[in-house]
Design a protein around this ligand. Structure first.
Ligand SMILES: NC(=O)C1=CN([C@@H]2O[C@H](COP(=O)(O)OP(=O)(O)OC[C@H]3O[C@@H](n4cnc5c(N)ncnc54)[C@H](O)[C@@H]3O)[C@@H](O)[C@H]2O)C=CC1
Ligand SMILES: O=C(O)[C@@H]1CCC=N1
Length: 278
């Protein structure tokens, strides 16, 4: 699907919330060729450097609503907890034909569309933080008012963050959030825990930190570049009776290894996503 659609928009792209994820989207869109004059950012705590960057590019930050023409898209990148207030505020901006894209964890399509004019086209998504370097993955689900053109537009905007997976069943969103939305935190925790474990067996802490960081980063890059499945890559490291096998006997313990522990963690995240939806 082509990003050219971003260069031919008739209305603005309004980004509501330019924090970690919203900021990453902005950079990605400008990189994909979205004309900056099509960009409107609504952000009460706009960082000085971002304000300067937007100003230099020709984008508008926090204009009066009366000065915003009918948006092609409104992207909601605020915390789920402020959704009720934010939706009430931006409701008047939603014109016929405006597509609303949400990246809020947990907030359901029903919740969002109830706060918007009847018939609003809504795409609910969940990205992840590797989006900041264009290597994220976003899961997206449309409501029944989203037509092919709206889906193409959402796809082009989300492609700035990395790859996009469309699903038809919104019930899968909380589980997807628990796997790919929150998942980078699990991987970073792995790097932290590996560094601490290295220090515990006698490595200087700074060296252990560098070894752990490079190991997690290199393994991720190998997985992407080789295209080989994770189980085969793991087996490639594991000599029979060797050091890795000794570690994996602990990590793959069916009762207290990674599998059951991560299972519990992902179930907890899925449940929290459900709670955030209400
Ligand atoms: N950080 C992550 O890994 C992921 C976050 N998300 C979702 O992305 C959304 C944003 O998360 P982050 O970027 O991490 O949070 P953040 O706190 O960095 O950004 C939220 C931004 O919203 C702004 N904001 C607050 N009230 C506002 C209002 N009334 N109007 C406009 N802007 C307002 C805040 O000033 C802040 O800059 C959340 O809903 C979260 O569930 C989804 C996937 C991954
Ligand atoms: O922790 C959260 O709620 C958000 C959603 C996925 C990643 N961060």
């Amino acid at each position: 699907m082509s990003a050219d659609i971003l260069k031919t928009l008739t209305g603005p792209v309004v980004l509501v919330g330019a924090g970690k994820m919203g900021g990453a989207m902005l950079e990605g869109w400008l990189g994909l060729g979205l004309p900056a004059e099509r960009l409107v950012v609504l952000e009460p705590n706009l960082a000085e450097n971002l304000a300067a960057r937007l100003g230099a590019a020709g984008a508008r930050a926090n204009p009066d609503f009366a000065d915003i023409p009918a948006p092609a898209v409104i992207v909601l990148a605020v915390k789920p907890q402020v959704a009720p207030v934010v939706l009430a505020t931006i409701r008047s901006l939603v014109a016929p034909g405006t597509l609303v894209v949400s990246i809020m964890a947990g907030r359901t399509i029903d919740f969002i569309q109830e706060a918007l004019p009847n018939g609003a086209a809504v795409v609910r998504t969940i990205p992840n933080t590797p989006a900041a370097i264009g290597q994220g993955i976003t899961v997206a689900v449309p409501n029944r008012h989203v037509e092919a053109a709206g889906r193409d537009l959402a796809h082009a905007l989300l492609s700035a963050l990395g790859s996009v997976e469309w699903i038809a069943d919104e019930a899968l969103m909380d589980a997807a959030t628990a796997v790919s939305g929150s998942g980078p935190a699990y991987v970073f925790l792995l790097a932290e825990a590996l560094a601490a474990a290295g220090a515990a067996v006698g490595l200087p802490a700074d060296l252990a930190g560098r070894l752990a960081r490079a190991t997690v980063a290199g393994s991720g890059a190998l997985m992407i570049q080789s295209g080989t499945d994770a189980a085969t890559l793991r087996e490639n490291v594991t000599s029979p009776g060797g050091t890795t096998a000794a570690a994996l006997a602990v990590l793959m313990d069916p009762a207290r290894g990674f599998g059951p522990l991560l299972g519990e963690a992902v179930a907890a995240a899925t449940q929290r996503g459900r709670e955030l939806g209400h």
